[in-house]
Each structure stands twice: as structure tokens, then as C-alpha cells.
Design a binder for this molecule. Structure first.
Ligand code: 6GU
Length: 244
């Protein structure tokens, strides 16, 4: 998977993603990261890329031409049109199913805005998808681009080193993860649940599923609508005072 990022802060993207699991995936060649500085495509001696908004108002707007030229350079290199995601609080809210769709592409472009946004005319020309990461306002699209690249990367074959597919983790089945424990067996008087020490694999699986269902009901009841609960699990939740 090739990720391209159009940004005024390429070092932020590189520093954030050349670390940990995504960093290792880049080093292994499983994914690649190309952070392009939009300022390099400014056609004036001060490398200015923003100007005042027509109609007035606070802040500055990123101008169309440098963004367009930066994007054209990517499509010229690729030799084809590229799926291009503009990070904006006005976009569709990002979620795991969307990540799975994007993971099917072989190449993606992320366009990061700053200031009060980007001239609408270039967005109309190059953007295929408008995406937000939640209902709050950030100073720019870089953190959202990094959030999306991280999420999509772990769906790429080989990026997670455990043999398990990312498929089996929470959110795919609309349930939260069960709690985890490691050594010591007792910490500050708190013991590890005995079923986990029993070596009885089927009981461990049963307990974990139950914990997932209970936590989801407690913390994210909105997710339960899509979860496939068994009749037994519905009875369990009713017994705990949840209405399902
Ligand atoms: Cl994609 N951009 C900005 N600036 N703020 C956000 C966002 C994106 N998603 C949530 N807040």
C-alpha cells in the first residue's frame, strides 16, 4: 500500500508514522509513505501558499494552484487518477468499515488543510472522499491523516506480526475487547480472574466473550444494535439490568 500525504508539515507526518508498527511496516516495504510539502509547489519567491478569503472573515485560505500542482505531480508519477481523501471536520466520520474499503486500494492520497481551509475549486477537481475523524475541531488535517494511515496499515497483510488477522478484533463484530491480564498473578491485592489461570481454553473463550458483551452494554450500548448476540447473552444482559 502506498500512502501519499499533501501537507505543509511533512516532518510531522514522517515523525509520527516512522515509529512503532507503522515504522516497521515501512522499513519492511509492506507500506510506503511519501509526505509531499505543498509549499514546494508555490510559484512565487516567498513560497506563499495562502491568501485572504474573498468575502472577508477570519484567517487565511490555502490557494488552489500549489495544491493542484502537488497533486498533479503524484498522478503524473502514478500514471493514473488517485483516490484522494480531504481531511475535514465537514467530512463523513471515519470508521472501521471505511478503513476496510480504503485498504483495498493500492495507492491513496491524503490532503491536509490548514488555516481556514482550502480554495473550494481545487477540492472539486481532485478530492474523491471527504473524511472527518470525529466531532471536534483540530488545527489541521495531519493528525487525522495519521489516524487513518495507522488504521488502514494494520489491515495490510503482514503489518501485524501476530499470525491472527486484524479481522477478529473488536469493532469487526461490533463488541469491545475483553480485559487482559499479565504477571504477576496478584498485584496490590488484586487477583487475575481464576478462569484465566485454569488452562481450560473453552471456558476462557466463554468468559472473554461474556466480558466483551458486558463491557459493550456498559460503555457502548449503541454498538449492541449491530452485534450478533445469542439468546443466552440477551438473557445475561437482562439479568444485569440492561434492556436488549
Ligand atoms: Cl479531518 N480536520 C480537522 N481540522 N479537524 C478535525 C478533523 C479533521 N476531524 C475531526 N476534527
Amino acid at each position: 500500500m502506498k500512502f501519499h500525504v499533501l501537507t505543509l508539515f511533512p516532518e510531522m507526518i514522517e515523525q509520527g508514522l516512522n515509529t512503532s508498527i507503522t515504522g516497521r511496516a515501512i522499513a519492511k516495504g509492506l507500506i510506503s509513505l511519501n509526505a509531499v510539502n505543498i509549499r514546494d509547489f508555490a510559484n512565487n519567491k516567498h513560497s506563499k501558499v495562502d491568501d485572504y478569503p474573498y468575502g472577508g472573515g477570519a484567517g487565511m485560505v490555502m490557494q488552489a494552484e500549489p495544491v493542484y500542482q502537488a497533486h498533479q505531480s503524484l498522478e503524473a508519477q502514478a500514471g493514473k487518477k488517485l483516490r484522494t481523501i480531504y481531511l475535514t471536520p465537514q467530512g463523513q466520520t471515519f470508521h472501521q468499515e471505511m478503513a476496510k474499503e480504503f485498504a483495498k486500494e493500492e495507492e491513496l492520497v491524503f490532503l491536509c488543510g490548514h488555516y481556514e481551509g482550502i480554495d473550494e475549486r481545487v477540492l472539486e477537481e481532485i478530492v474523491t472522499d471527504y473524511v472527518s475523524i470525529g466531532d471536534y475541531v483540530l488545527t489541521g488535517g495531519e493528525l487525522p491523516a495519521m489516524v487513518m494511515i495507522d488504521t488502514i496499515s494494520r489491515l495490510v497483510e503482514g503489518v501485524l506480526n501476530n499470525g491472527d488477522s486484524a479481522e477478529y478484533e473488536s469493532f469487526q463484530d461490533h463488541l469491545l475487547e475483553y480485559p487482559q491480564y499479565s504477571r504477576p498473578e496478584e498485584w496490590r491485592g488484586k487477583k487475575v480472574p481464576s478462569v484465566l489461570m485454569s488452562g481450560h481454553h473453552a471456558n476462557v473463550e466463554k468468559w472473554r466473550r461474556e466480558q466483551s458483551v458486558l463491557r459493550t452494554a456498559k460503555w457502548r450500548p449503541d454498538l449492541l444494535e449491530k452485534a450478533q448476540l445469542t439468546e443466552k447473552e440477551k438473557v445475561l444482559l437482562k439479568g444485569e439490568g440492561y434492556d436488549v
